[in-house]
Write a protein that binds this ligand. Structure first.
Ligand SMILES: [Zn+2]
Length: 465
């Protein structure tokens, strides 16, 4: 029950954490790692993992019958326990067509009615709450449970097994946690989670100047598992390759953004390892993971995926459309036919060489962006800056416009009430991160900056570099 408390106070704890010396930060990171590892490596996780591994021999018919049953169960639970769905018709799910009797809900709708999506059978103190900024920028606070955290970890471990990686294999992480104070200008730019043999690197301190320190520490840990956001690992790979080096790793796992082939090539050249990508979301309603044959498979036990067009009709064949998810696992905040904003297409054709019958999906558009290069050489990926939006719940969109060499504009589209205040908080935090050599301003806009093809990048770069 500590995780809900921890998550709820993470902002306050961060302030204390940032003031501590490096060994104390390792102590805190390790203490948190110990609590998380009790969830992640609980006996229930491994028995669930065992079931998941057995499902790898499922036929397409096995998958369909499992999903029809899971849809029925999910919908019945949602109608009974979640106020938003109380008026939903009593649907008998006999085939996937019957799901279409229920409306498609957008992310915006969930944001506006968030309280009504919380299940009554999960008590407030049992809810873990995490913020997500998603594709469209506006923040959504998602509730889930420890049970789901364990199950989600089992899915992660199943993919690790596809890569031949054991559950507790040492790893290096480049995700969004602020593991080192942003003002720090000397190494270490990393901290340790000792119970999990994990080195957590800061994604906020990468630059030409700090690269030698990153490279030295990475080399000391070479041969382990590397995980991180694609854009961050791509920046890192660039820095390593530009120093004429390579650092061999056991396997690379990417998540949180699309992994484009150019970035994959760079990452695989720098780390001499296969990259296993995955697509998931904080709403915990669906999961797509890459197998050892390089194909992206839907995890059929996690959620049901529809790919729909503008009119909420199924796309033809492998045409691109909107992802609409019905999650099977999140009993704290169930989402039925949830249009998340991301897009993708089915991959048809002969079955995957890996032998699993799990459907194949190619995610196409998720949040895309350019990279922010400061005048002093520091480089920030979209994922690094995305972290600064997580506390803002009143903004419909927020983008960072680098319009002059030494200026960044926080450009926000207001949703409700506290938008202006939240935008100014983001401005202040970003100013703190970027330091005195950059000036950060803020402005309220009526519409986001949309690029050809309908993309709304987080970072808009207008400076010729
Ligand atoms: Zn496969």
């Amino acid at each position: 029950m500590l995780e809900p408390l921890m998550r709820a106070n993470i902002g306050r704890l961060q302030t204390v954490y940032d003031r501590l010396p490096s060994p104390a930060r390792t102590l805190i990171t390790s203490a948190r790692g110990w609590f998380l590892s009790r969830i992640r490596y609980a006996p229930e996780t491994f028995s669930f993992l065992e079931q998941l591994r057995a499902h790898e021999t499922w036929t397409p018919e096995d998958i369909a019958s499992f999903q029809i049953h899971a849809l029925q169960e999910t919908i019945s639970h949602a109608r009974a326990a979640v106020p938003y769905y109380a008026d939903y018709p009593q649907t008998q799910i006999r085939n996937f067509e019957s799901l279409r009797l229920l409306p498609v809900i957008t992310r915006e709708r969930v944001r506006e009615n968030r309280e009504h999506f919380l299940s009554r059978d999960i008590l407030p103190h049992q809810r873990i709450v995490a913020g997500t900024t998603g594709t469209t920028g506006g923040n959504l606070k998602v509730a889930y449970t420890e049970k789901l955290a364990r199950e989600n970890w089992a899915f992660l471990l199943r993919q690790r097994a596809w890569a031949g990686v054991n559950p507790r294999q040492p790893r290096i992480t480049f995700l969004g946690a602020r593991v080192v104070p942003t003002t720090r200008s000397t190494p270490p730019y990393w901290t340790y989670n000792l119970p999990e043999c994990q080195v957590l690197f800061s994604i906020f301190h990468l630059s030409e100047n700090t690269a030698p320190h990153y490279i030295k520490c990475l080399r000391e840990h070479q041969g382990v598992v590397l995980e991180g956001f694609p854009s961050v690992l791509s920046i890192l790979a660039d820095l390593i390759l530009s120093h004429g080096q390579t650092i061999p790793m056991r396997a690379v796992f990417t998540t949180g953004e699309p992994l484009y082939s150019a970035a994959r090539d760079k990452i695989e050249s720098a780390f001499l390892a296969h990259t296993f990508d995955s697509y998931g979301m904080t709403e915990y309603c669906g999961l797509i993971q890459q197998c050892e044959e390089g194909e992206m498979h839907l995890a059929p036990e996690y959620g049901f995926l529809e790919i729909l067009d503008e009119n909420n009709d199924p796309v033809a064949g492998d045409a691109e459309g909107y992802f609409v998810w019905t999650g099977f696992l999140n009993r704290a905040m169930p989402l039925l036919r949830y249009r998340i904003g991301d897009r993708g297409r089915w991959k048809l054709g002969p079955p995957c060489q890996c032998g699993r019958a799990f459907p194949r999906v190619t995610p196409t558009i998720t949040r895309e962006s350019e990279i922010l290069r400061c005048a002093d050489g520091r480089i920030f990926s979209p994922r690094a800056l995305n972290q600064y939006l997580k506390a803002a719940t009143s903004l419909r969109f927020c983008q960072f416009v680098h319009d002059r060499s030494e200026r960044v504009v926080v450009r926000a589209v207001a949703g409700n009430g506290r938008a202006a205040q939240e935008m100014m908080n983001i401005r202040e935090e970003l100013q703190h991160l970027l330091g005195a050599s950059m000036r950060v301003t803020a402005e309220i806009a009526t519409e986001p900056l949309v690029f050809p093809g309908g993309k709304t990048p987080l970072i808009v770069n207008r400076v010729t570099q």
